[in-house]
Design a protein around this ligand. Sequence first.
Ligand SMILES: Cc1cc2nc3c(=O)[nH]c(=O)nc-3n(C[C@H](O)[C@H](O)[C@H](O)COP(=O)(O)O)c2cc1C
Length: 186
Amino acid sequence: MNVKDAIENRRAYRSLAEIKITEELINDLGTAAQLMPSCFNKQPWRFVFVYKDPQLERMKNEVLSEGNLWAKKASMIIAVFSKKEFDCVIKEREYYLYDTGMAVGSLLLRATEMGLIAHPIAGYNPSKAREVLNIPSEYNVINLIIIGKKDPIIPDNFTSFQLESEKNRPPRKPLKEFVFHNTFSS
Ligand SMILES: Cc1cc2nc3c(=O)[nH]c(=O)nc-3n(C[C@H](O)[C@H](O)[C@H](O)COP(=O)(O)O)c2cc1C
């Protein structure tokens, strides 16, 4: 699969089936993140790949928000965390979220290329996640990534919104709303 196809095929699907988690898979996804650029090569991203109980079970039962119960079918949950001090701070510009986001973007595309679903979520309890995963409080738990493969049979407890976004990609802004040529115009 080329990059264009991976970009087009990547979707935040919620209908998940089980996959086997191997060290090879974790290293592959980790490498996709590792090779991304960062300010002064500071590499601020940190990941806990959670695939064994009791941690996985606790993430599902204690950490996920009500709206993300579909993610209980996850075969693995990746916790993404970092802190401001790990990356460049240039006056008002703090780069740790930006650089970590780029690393995650690459990981999502690599997962897509491998035929997996990698669905980032913000709906979870970060302090509970820190407690379950032993992440000190000074870290910002930025997101969780839900890993599995697509189950073509959509569970019947999905909301109409979830059903619709399973079938069709949620619409995007047209390019003219965010791509400007030579000068910005609002
Ligand atoms: C930072 C972030 C937080 C998100 N949080 C959630 C979430 O809590 N629950 C959920 O079901 N999807 C979540 N999503 C997925 C988005 O809803 C999804 O990417 C968006 O609707 C576009 O759909 P697509 O990725 O399939 O193109 C999140 C995505 C991102 C990047």
